[in-house]
Design a binder for this molecule. Structure first.
Ligand code: 13P
Ligand code: SF4
Length: 381
């Protein structure tokens, strides 16, 4: 972790000499084969000094270079298992790179090959909005409420949870985290994903009328004081633009098209879709279910396109298709291209750390507190 300036949801460019670095323009016309060979060669030259982490939603021509693949939390933990690596190149999105910086050793530098690789869901909750909501709840006299943030959030929100007795959760441990949190507090304030929060609340046996939505544009989030006092879970009005595209009618259409097909979705999908599906769970869960499914089984999968396509290719003895006819691809994940990856690696060889992602010490400390509470109370999905 670095001592450099505070990082918010807006990516920061670090203090390398722009004159000295190799320009990205030099890479945009390289052929696929040349990019592949040069990335492999750069990795060979950097050896143990670099580790490349690849999220499951990355494109094939990038993920093929990853030393580790995983979901957001597993990747952040992988960073801790390679203390010899001076550089962690994160093929994923900004909040993941921040988490890697928070969890990695002080000498390690985390690099995001394209600073435009953000997350629209994470951007739906800013620290100012969350602090204002929290103050409004306190003014109503709502005490004994615990803030929980999804991993897909800025480091400042994780730190807010750390400071206020809360925790982080991922889609694979949200049920377990809710169980723990509701044993500690009367109610939960969950951000930024409304759908994961609602789907998890329902798994925990909380009725829909005990979960209200907080719209940050409205006073009291658009609720009455009474509704907020009665609620068990207050859900932030945020969503994933990729998983939000799956609709209940897609489940009906796939079932009509392929009788007997099983529907498997991510809990970032809306409640009505999750209710109609046969199974739902985190990215790692989806991968596990498909790998353990019998030959000849048929699956319509409601998650990011690159992962579904990879599963289709990997499981040739099964039928695996995307749940929706639309191409549900995460455009920001897709911004990490072989060109940026090679550019960042070859600059490292020259001693230039480009696109260095850092979280300031105080934010990192409190975010780590919230992450540690998750680790102490997590389960597997
Ligand atoms: P996981 O990586 O935790 O499965 O989250 C899904 C996702 O949307 C990542 O951006
Ligand atoms: Fe964000 Fe959704 Fe993309 Fe994940 S898939 S990075 S939650 S927009």
């Amino acid at each position: 972790m670095s001592n450099a300036t505070a990082t918010t949801a807006v990516p920061q460019v670090n203090n390398y000499d722009p004159q000295a670095i190799k320009p990205l323009d030099d890479y945009v016309h390289l052929s696929e084969a040349e990019l592949y060979d040069r990335i492999q060669e750069a990795k060979r030259k950097l050896g143990d000094r670099v580790v490349i982490l690849g999220h499951h939603y990355q494109r094939d021509d990038v993920i093929c270079h990853a030393d580790f693949t995983g979901d957001s939390f597993n990747l952040a933990r992988q960073a801790q298992t390679r203390p010899n690596a001076d550089y962690i190149v994160f093929a994923g999105v900004h909040f993941m790179a921040e988490s890697a910086d928070i969890l990695s050793a002080p000498h390690q530098k985390v690099i995001l090959p394209d600073l435009g690789a953000g997350c629209s869901m994470a951007d739906m909750a800013s620290i100012e909005q969350v602090e204002s909501a929290w103050e409004q709840l306190q003014e109503l006299g709502i005490a004994n409420i615990m803030p929980i943030t999804y991993m897909n959030s800025a480091a400042s929100l994780k730190a807010f949870c750390g400071r206020n007795g809360g925790a982080v959760c991922t889609s694979s441990n949200a049920v377990k985290l809710f169980e723990w949190a509701l044993g500690e507090a009367d109610k939960l304030f969950f951000f930024p994903d409304e759908h994961l929060g609602r789907n998890t609340g329902v798994k925990h046996g909380i009725s829909l009328d005990k979960m209200v939505v907080w719209d940050p544009r409205l006073d009291l989030g658009g609720n009455t004081a009474e509704e907020l006092r009665e609620a068990k879970v207050i859900l932030w009005k945020g969503f994933c633009s990729v998983h939000g595209r799956f609709l209940p009618r897609h489940v009906d259409e796939r079932r009509a098209e392929y009788p007997g097909i099983k529907v498997l979705v991510h809990p970032e999908c809306r409640y009505e879709v999750v209710q109609k599906a046969d199974l739902n769970g985190s990215t790692e869960y989806i991968i596990r279910v498909l790998s353990e499914a019998p030959a000849g089984s048929q699956w319509a999968v409601g998650t990011e396109l690159n992962l579904v396509n990879r599963m289709t290719k990997l499981h040739k003895d099964k039928f695996v298709t995307l749940l929706s006819p639309d191409l549900c691809m995460c455009a920001t994940m897709f911004r990490i291209a072989p060109e940026n990856l090679l550019w960042s690696l070859e600059n490292l060889i020259d001693g230039h750390v480009v696109n260095h992602i850092t979280v300031d010490e105080d934010t990192a400390h409190w975010a780590r507190v919230a992450l540690d509470r998750m680790l102490a109370n997590r389960g597997q999905g």
